[in-house]
Write a protein that binds this ligand. Structure first.
Ligand SMILES: Nc1nc2c(c(=O)[nH]1)N[C@H]1C(S)=C(S)[C@@H](COP(=O)(O)OP(=O)(O)OC[C@H]3O[C@@H](n4cnc5c(N)ncnc54)[C@H](O)[C@@H]3O)O[C@H]1N2
Ligand code: MOO
Length: 415
């Protein structure tokens, strides 16, 4: 069977992907979701002219010639803490004490900080009757103008914004209590294989591998990668190689999930149950020109997209990064590129398989340079070393030797 290029397989996957529906959620529940519609500022930020310093709101004309040698005396006629709605009238020669964030009296056009008075920062509960100003910066000094951050009626955040802590804070500051987001895609993970043991099993006997057995690392890998990619995990399952329960588990998962990820059983082996059972159920099994991650299944069952990834953990990880993450991004409403990628300079030579794009686990040695993350290269079973990688370098299929100084695209990964 001919190998299909990685880009072609990705394009076939993305052709089936649509963003999930919109829903309105309380602001804090939107954390990690993507905005479905732009949010327009209902009010300006700041909402009113306010003081940037603890000090005195003044008429600048009164104090423009103030100096240490010739201080200007002003009468304090008002006291405006933050949160106060007071707006004391200021006749020439008067001022109001203001604290940081307090509204600026309408008659004032500058703030003199406490330090620019002879009293300095010796603060008392009630303001002094008079103050002596020793310097003044200029009209508008230390006044934070209404709307200088965000003007009312302009866009607070555009559609497609991922709502991290900073975006949520911006919305909170704008008084936005609920937002329209794209629903997170729901993901189910199914690992297949007779050899799999649950490393978290309570039963100690069940934890001791017999010959040929190994611990399942793909369900945490797939589930948590999907979680990190902004999906909601709705189920994690293990099935054996008999195939007896596989269809049942897959079909039940497809009824509730937007994406079902299986691992294992997709190669040409006699017990490759996923390929054998799902081929005639809408999943297409192909070989993609990539290493690791050559055998791939992809299709649709009901409304769910089904990714049947190889069982080797590094192959499953590379396949997730190549195909599943881009699909989840689009489903959750992200509009940007399919991958977080950066160009890097190669710091160490390595060989790559002919005719297959290689996804090499790499680590950064400085801000620009990458080397293979470990001596096992892109070996598909090297699960013990995947945590050492910062990303996957994408080596084009026609390259057989990566040389020092070559430039490669790197898909960045979280540790
Ligand atoms: N004759 C051929 N053999 C193989 C070919 C081929 O073209 N011809 N392709 C190889 C490639 S490439 C890959 S990748 C693997 C894919 O195999 P499967 O997807 O069928 O995976 P399994 O055979 O079920 O398992 C492979 C490997 O991974 C381990 N595994 C499986 N599940 C887990 C899990 N949940 N946690 C940890 N480790 C897991 C499993 O024990 C095997 O060692 O096929 C090659 N063979
Ligand atoms: O393509 Mo397989 O994923 O080499 O190991």
């Amino acid at each position: 069977m001919n190998l299909i290029p990685l880009e072609t397989h990705l394009a076939q996957v993305l052709a089936k992907v649509t963003p999930r529906e919109q829903l309105r959620v309380p602001l804090l529940e939107a954390h990690g979701c993507v905005l479905a519609a732009p949010v327009i500022a209902r009010a300006s930020l700041p909402g009113f002219d306010n003081s940037g310093m603890d000090g005195y709101a003044v008429r600048f004309a009164d104090v423009q010639n103030a100096s240490e040698a010739a201080p200007v005396r002003l009468r304090v006629v008002g006291d405006v803490p933050a949160g106060s709605s007071a707006d004391p009238a200021l006749a020439p020669g008067t001022c109001a004490r203001v604290m940081t964030g307090a509204p600026i009296p309408s008659d004032a056009d500058a703030v003199v900080p406490l330090e620019a008075t002879t009293l300095g920062t010796a603060v008392t509960e009630t303001a002094a009757e008079t103050i002596d100003v020793t310097s003044a910066k200029g009209p508008g000094a230390h006044i934070r103008r209404a709307g200088e951050d965000i003007a009312e009626g302009t866009e607070l955040l555009p559609a497609g914004t991922e709502l991290g802590a900073r975006a949520i804070a911006t919305l909170a500051a704008g008084g936005v209590g609920e937002v329209e987001v794209v629903r997170r895609p729901r993901v189910a993970v199914i690992a297949t294989g007779d050899e799999l043991l649950d490393p978290t099993a309570a039963d100690v006997a069940a934890l001791t591998p017999a010959r040929g057995q190994l611990y399942d690392s793909n369900t945490p890998l797939m589930g948590l990668l999907a979680n990190e990619a902004g999906a909601e995990i709705i189920g994690v399952f293990r099935t054996d190689d008999s195939g007896e329960h596989l269809l049942e588990v897959v079909e039940a998962a497809c009824e509730r999930a937007d994406v079902v990820i299986t691992t294992g059983g997709v190669s040409v082996g006699a017990f490759d149950v996923v390929r054998l059972r799902l081929s005639d159920r809408g999943v297409n099994f192909t070989k993609v020109a990539m290493q690791p991650g050559k055998p791939q299944g992809f299709g649709q069952i009901g409304n769910a997209l089904v990714f049947c990834l190889p069982g080797n953990p590094v192959s499953a990880m590379a396949s997730f990064e190549a195909f599943v993450r881009p699909a989840l991004r689009r489903m959750r409403g992200e509009l940007g590129p399919t991958h977080d990628s950066r160009m890097a300079v190669v710091g160490e030579e390595w060989r790559t398989p002919a005719g297959r794009a290689q996804l090499m686990p790499v680590r950064w040695t400085d801000g620009d340079t990458i080397v293979p993350a470990h001596s096992g290269g892109s070996g598909s079973h090297m699960v013990g070393r995947i945590a050492r990688a910062d990303g996957l370098a994408v080596v084009p299929a026609d390259c057989e030797l990566v040389r020092v100084g070559d430039q490669l695209e790197v898909w960045e990964m979280l540790r």
